[in-house]
Design a protein around this ligand. Structure first.
Ligand SMILES: Cc1ncc(COP(=O)(O)O)c(C=O)c1O
Length: 420
């Protein structure tokens, strides 16, 4: 067998040795535009502000992009979830059902507000929760849902909203990883009471190192979020009102808004390119035996934060870890075997109930009337971690890059396929 055909893990030539294109935050023209804006702001002789012209414009433009009337730019994703929960003024020691596969920042704000996080399992074979798994976790104490759209794939929001509406529950959609993803043409983040959209540096569109947007449909919801994001200032309350709730200062700022405005303009073309890449990959790998791209749920357009693959162990002559080792050796970029790093309820802070010192609060509070030793089994999540794996994707990939990825998958598939 020639070195080109032999697997790289067995001493053959890898398909790809050249580095994969990295993602610049801004193009050269965009950077020049940002510098121009920053310089103009500095030239006023004032310090950079928050809730200024740039932030207002960013919020307006982001709201128009997502198709909602209201958006507020805040400091980070974790704080956006915190603000949305705070804005809802939920009764302490009630329960909030939350996706089990999420970033810690999508779950930690819940106990920090003296609410009980109740992780719901994912739908079979996916990274996202489904209505059924959320329904299983509801109790008379449930006061809200926090639902994360993972890896750019929309959760079944019509199903979740039906459940929430039957129970009168507010819903926070965590869209950190799903900018511009749609369900029947409607963007995620616009189904729930609040949508929270991360704009930190790693996301589809960034407002600099940190940042988020909170979006909503209702004016009062918007003002309430503004108050919760800024020490309870009496925004839109009658003259003479004083700060109306205890809260933190979690504002965004004009500098990151100026950055975000520029990046936002490229989001539609960025998403279109990612979708094109995935369509090409899907078409060119649909005959493989051991592996396939995860199909999108019906009626959805994903935004592909990562590329999710399904591994078919029963059609493969080696275990998943060896298969992934072979892919990596051929040059597949940023491979991750599972979503192990993002199951916050399996982490020490949750298992040891370390939120407020060693008190065990909020679970240990006598005001919590639920089952404080309740277990949250997530068998689907464990099975999904065996079934799926993922890699990075970039809108900057050219056709040659897609061809290399296809060649990597084909080579490893040919080496390990059985039973077809
Ligand atoms: C689903 C989800 N929620 C919340 C967060 C937290 O966002 P931030 O890092 O902006 O605080 C992230 C960050 O990656 C995320 O992916």
């Amino acid at each position: 067998m020639s070195a080109a055909h032999r697997l790289a893990v067995k001493g053959g030539d890898p398909v790809r040795e050249a580095p994969w294109p990295s993602r610049p935050w801004l193009t050269a023209e965009e950077l020049a535009e940002f510098n121009g804006l920053a310089n103009a702001m500095l030239a006023t002789g004032e310090t950079f502000t928050y809730q200024g012209e740039q932030e207002e414009a960013y919020c307006r433009e982001f709201a128009a992009y997502t198709g909602v009337p209201y958006a507020d730019h805040v400091s980070s994703g974790t704080t956006a979830v915190w603000i949305a929960l705070r804005a809802l003024e939920l009764e302490p020691f009630t329960e909030v059902v939350v996706s089990c596969m999420t970033d810690p920042g999508g779950m930690m704000p819940i106990p920090l507000l003296n609410l009980i996080p109740v992780p719901a399992d994912v739908a079979p074979g996916r990274y996202n929760v489904g209505p059924e798994q959320v329904a299983e976790r509801l109790t008379p104490l449930t006061s809200a849902l926090v639902i994360s759209h993972i890896h750019g794939e929309p959760v079944d929001m019509p199903g979740i909203m039906k459940l929430a509406e039957e129970r009168g529950l507010p819903v926070i959609e965590d869209c950190a990883q799903a900018h511009g993803a749609t369900i029947n043409g409607r963007m995620v983040g616009t189904f729930g009471t609040y949508g929270a959209v991360s704009t930190m540096y790693g996301k589809h569109h960034a407002s600099g190192p940190q940042g988020w947007m909170i979006i909503c449909q209702g004016e009062e919801l918007y003002w309430q979020a503004r108050r919760a994001a800024d020490r309870g200032k009496p925004f839109n309350l009658p003259p003479g009102s004083t700060n109306c709730m205890a809260s933190l200062n979690l504002n965004g700022n004009d500098l990151s808004a100026a950055f975000g405005r520029i990046a936002l303009r490229r989001l539609p073309s960025l998403l279109a390119r990612r979708r094109e890449i995935v369509a090409q990959l899907r078409e060119q790998t649909c005959d493989l035996t051991t592996v396939s791209l995860l199909p999108p749920p019906a009626g959805t357009e994903c935004s592909h934060w990562f590329l999710d693959f399904r591994f078919f162990a029963e059609r493969c002559s080696c275990p998943k870890d060896e298969f992934l080792e072979a892919l990596a050796a051929e040059g597949m970029p940023g491979l991750a075997p599972n979503y192990g790093g993002a199951m916050p309820h399996l982490m020490d802070w949750f298992r040891e109930r370390r939120v407020f010192g060693r008190s065990g609060y909020p679970w240990a509070s006598p005001d919590y009337h639920g089952d404080r030793n309740r277990d949250y089994p997530c068998p689907n999540m464990l099975a999904t971690n065996d079934l799926l794996f993922f890699t990075t994707i970039s809108e900057l990939w050219q056709d040659e890059d897609v061809a290399d990825l296809v060649a990597i998958l084909r080579k490893v598939d040919a080496a390990f396929q059985v039973g077809r």
